[in-house]
Design a protein around this ligand. Sequence first.
Ligand SMILES: O=P(O)(O)OC[C@H]1O[C@H](OP(=O)(O)OP(=O)(O)O)[C@H](O)[C@@H]1O
Ligand code: HPA
Length: 187
Amino acid sequence: MDEKDLGADLAKVLIPEDRLQAKVRELAAQIDDDYAGRDLLLVGVLKGAVMIMADLARELHTPASMDWMAVSSYGSGTKSSGVVRILKDLDTDILDRHVLIVEDIIDSGLTLSWLMSNLRSRRPASLEICALMRKPEAVRTEIDCRYLGFDIPNEFVVGYGLDYAERYRNLPFVGTLAPHVYGGASD
Ligand SMILES: O=P(O)(O)OC[C@H]1O[C@H](OP(=O)(O)OP(=O)(O)O)[C@H](O)[C@@H]1O
Ligand code: HPA
């Protein structure tokens, strides 16, 4: 699916496909430098992180295992419900493992803040975050994101894994929606 197929749904392309892919290569190179010789476990947060996880994992030279967690803090709209629930837990015991959480976006920071304390309590050897995007709200939270792709404006974004009501995840770029699609609310 590309920009022209979206018709009136899309307000603009925020991060085009070539910039996304270049950034993923950059992040993978940093991760390779830092994790050389270590046993790396990538933990993708479903479903939004599917694209970044798949592309990042393929760019890495460091051997890495992959596991997935699904948590829910959003309903079907654009606003965090404030309650985080585990929908799918890890299959892996992360005790003494080097764990890198892979996320698509840090918005309020609620999901990652909760996830960090949940995973930290399982006593991994190390625990870091790689996130493709971060919104300004999250800058005020305590989240220490070691590998960050882009700081973006406080707008609701879709594409490259991110959805609105389960749509638009398979766009190869990140864009913003036209206000009529989601009623114009920005949070
Ligand atoms: O920083 P926060 O405000 O907590 O928001 C970020 C989280 O929200 C989205 O997930 P969502 O709960 O929409 O699930 P999804 O990945 O399945 O779309 C996104 O993928 C992050 O996991
Ligand atoms: O801007 C966003 N877009 C899609 N999903 C999200 N989850 C948190 N923020 C966003």
